[in-house]
Design a protein around this ligand. Sequence first.
Ligand code: BG6
Length: 529
Amino acid sequence: MRDEVIENLEEEGAPPLPAPPCTVVIFGAGGDLTKRLLVPALYNLRRMGLLPDRFRLIGVDHGERTVEDFRQGLRESVEHFAKTRGAEAGAFDADAWQKVENAVEFMRADFNDPAGYQRLGEHLDEVERTHGTAGNVVFYLAVASRFFAPIALALAAAGLMRQERDSGRWRRVIIEKPFGTDYASARQLNEQLLSVLNERQIYRIDHYLGKETVQNLLVLRFGNGIFEPLWNRQHIDHIQITVAETVGVERRGGYYDRAGALKDMVPNHLFQLLSLTAMEPPNDFSADAVRTEKVKVLDALRFADAKHPGECAVRGQYVGGAVQGQPYKPYREELDVAPGSMTETYVAMKLTIDNWRWHGMPFYLRTGKAMTKRLSEISIQFKHPPQVMFRDTAVDKMIANRLVIHVQPDEGVSIRFGAKVPGPTVKLGRVWMNFHYFDYFDAAPSTGYETLIYDCMMGDATLFQRADSVEAGWRIVEPLFDAWRTDPYRNFQNYPAGAAGPQIADDLLARDGRAWNRMAWHPGESKRS
Ligand code: BG6
């Protein structure tokens, strides 16, 4: 079956090239991100043949450890990754790992001490001489956000960000999230970075852009003829974007209690999904063309009632409950969360894009923790067709078509439409056509960071955020911060862990005669609705 379905796929083009020789320097090498995601991603790139042979990985951290300990910790974590999340669970490619491990080094340094950067510079020169890395370096800042600017400024002051036009030597820096905590701080961070770096050297990561289905959005929309003519307010009733998680705040209570669901997820991940869904076709696939179209969406995005942003959003916090049958404690009892915390763990909102294509059409967004199920999807709800032809039949309600792009966990695309229920009378049934990624393609082993790290090594910033788009994201949500500060209890309602959100989120849509897609089931899972 699988062979039949892939038969008609176009011949693959030339295989992708390995990245150019380079060194990756990870600041925050002792942290969770490095172990759980970054190094497994490098290992996967090695397995895919995309890591250059002339490659070094230097972990920098303030904690003391030997290179043997560092390598050992990474190996365990990659083995664990391969067993649980690799393409074929259980398969650990010892050979590929050994190649990565041989390239791993460790350097202890205090991020605030200029002498550390001096030593790093000397070491990079030596690595270039002995390992032929051509002086190319990706500096990955996997550190707490307060270190982003100090590290970038110190790297530049030590001359480590200097590029060379003649030799083609490049220096790039990947910045993790959160990029600022509001519009003013994001702007300030951009200003600091841009005072010493060129925008082309800065790769602001949003790991949602590394997700396969998110990238597929562009192909779905612009690589096919049938969707785009309908992709506007004339044919679409509304669009819903859901990012629901079953996990709570885990060990990140300290950060999360200060951030909350809005800051943690909306100006970054949800707006990235929204802008790819709503953008105009770019002139070409270049980083600037794509990012310019995305930022134009954000420039026109606002709360549906711009004068009353507080009425366009609702929020809530989870109290005790059960998630997928397991008892779940209240948010306020999580580690490092204030006992009387009013931080929202769920937020939903109604927005609109004030441009020709979307004017007046609502975009509903929701995200939350400790919810019914892990589910990220973009749902395009088309308008009801006219009843005309069926007015004298038993069909009392036409079925509105729905296109759902499943971002995770089961990646794919589904279309809902009406079909005649077999039998002598005319009755309409809701049916789904489903495309699952795994039915058609071999899943590349992925942490979601492979594409992003590879793209950075290749100098392709398409899937990274430009300064203007980060700032635009914060600017849009800022009116809500003000509204919530003024009235901290307004539109705030708790929900039991394991629910699909608070009741007021349902009311937000019910006021418009609409409802959220059900979370209990999604069309990827079964043929029956
Ligand atoms: C992170 C947030 O950026 O994204 C987390 O800080 C959240 O709170 C995570 O859990 C969700 O990512 P994913 O890839 O699991 O959907």
